[in-house]
Design a binder for this molecule. Structure first.
Ligand SMILES: [Fe+2]
Ligand SMILES: [Fe+2]
Length: 357
């Protein structure tokens, strides 16, 4: 069934707000003018599956991921593929990764994985690579070039300092506001690889980069930060349509830097507060960001979720599915040249950020 875009948005928007099950989206016929074929993909991130002991895992984190997988399985027509955005595990343990993959195995469709710091710093990605695959790679789909980066690397001197145990290193990287942590980075080896990878791609081809940390500098104390972000941005500069989609921040964020659009994805585990509301320390949170409307800030599930994404314009249109909160749409607006929250531009529609002391 072909529908124009306005009808599509009205239909899916209204349908998704009022009814969780069943969920449907109507696929658009792709226009003649774009560089790529229209399609959708699903995105689930930051499940933080956490072992308590033996077979016991934190139930709330399990339930967030299970719910996202169930809802994603009801999408009609099927998204072409799914992404998982990193932090599948809480402390990088085999048991956690296995348990998370078991839940993810119920998701119908191909899944591409991005690694997060919680998956990495126990064994430096060894088990992940044996079970899931490489830590950085690229693939092409219907005229779009997709790149997966491992953006949570850091200085070798930090990684290989004298830790009491690998778990001590994991715990040091897992905390916010941690004086013993270290900034994330992509690193020389991957930058060289990325440069070569992108050299094969035409400048009008839409490019989408998936990373765990933001490839921009938002708030260093929480590692909402990538130390060599500008070097990745420089490699994306020649492309007409470049988008970076990242996890890690557990909240809706979006931004535009030159030609590059940035979008964060939701966590299924818990929402982080906005840095500015928590720390009273200056953050570089993009001016464009509209704080997420939280139905009940004391109920952690109201700001968790997942999203499906359309590539109709060669730029990502993000459709955030937020259990127990109003779904959100952040879509690139060609008239203003940046992503726009379609529902919460007006201050009067927003719930103010909570102050924490
Ligand atoms: Fe996370
Ligand atoms: Fe993370």
């Amino acid at each position: 069934m072909d529908m124009n875009r306005r009808t599509f948005l009205k239909t899916t928007g209204a349908g998704l707000v009022t009814a969780i099950f069943p969920m449907s989206l109507i696929k658009l016929a792709f226009g003649d003018t774009g560089p790529a074929e229209d399609f959708t993909f699903g995105y689930i991130s930051d499940a933080h599956i956490q072992q308590i002991e033996g077979d016991a895992f934190v139930r709330n984190w399990d339930m967030g991921l299970i719910r996202a997988v169930r809802e994603a399985n009801l999408l009609t027509p099927r998204p072409d593929f799914f992404m998982f955005g990193g932090d599948l595990a809480q402390l990088g343990k085999k048991e956690e990764l296995d348990h998370g993959l078991e839940i993810m195995s119920k998701l119908r469709g191909k899944v591409h994985y991005v690694i997060g710091e919680h998956d990495y710093y126990l064994d430096l990605g060894e088990y992940w690579q044996s079970k899931i695959g490489p830590l950085w790679y690229s693939f092409d789909h219907k005229g779009v070039h997709f790149v997966v980066l491992n953006s949570i690397l850091t200085y070798d001197s930090w990684i290989h300092q004298k830790w009491a145990s690998p778990m001590d290193r994991m715990l040091a990287m897992a905390r916010l506001d941690n004086p013993h942590g270290s900034p994330f980075m992509v690193g020389e080896e991957q930058l060289t690889w990325l440069k070569n990878d992108l050299q094969k791609i035409g400048r009008s081809t839409p490019v989408v980069v998936f990373s765990h940390s933001p490839i921009q500098k938002i708030f260093k104390p929480w590692n909402f930060w990538t130390e060599d972000a500008e070097r990745v941005q420089a490699l994306l500069k020649p492309f007409e349509k470049a988008t970076v989609i990242y996890g890690h921040v557990h909240q809706i964020q979006y931004n535009q830097i030159g030609n590059i659009s940035f979008h964060a994805v939701m966590a299924t585990a818990w929402p982080w507060p906005y840095p500015e509301s928590y720390s009273q320390v200056a953050s570089c949170l993009p001016k464009l960001t509209v704080p997420m409307n939280r139905a009940d800030p004391f109920f952690e599930r109201d700001a968790t979720g997942w999203q499906f994404i359309d590539m109709e314009t060669g730029k990502a249109g993000m459709y955030y599915q937020l259990p127990d909160n109003t779904n959100r749409r952040v879509v690139f607006n060609p008239k203003i040249g940046k992503p726009q929250d379609l529902d919460y531009q007006e201050y009067s529609n927003r719930i103010p950020a909570q102050q924490h002391f």
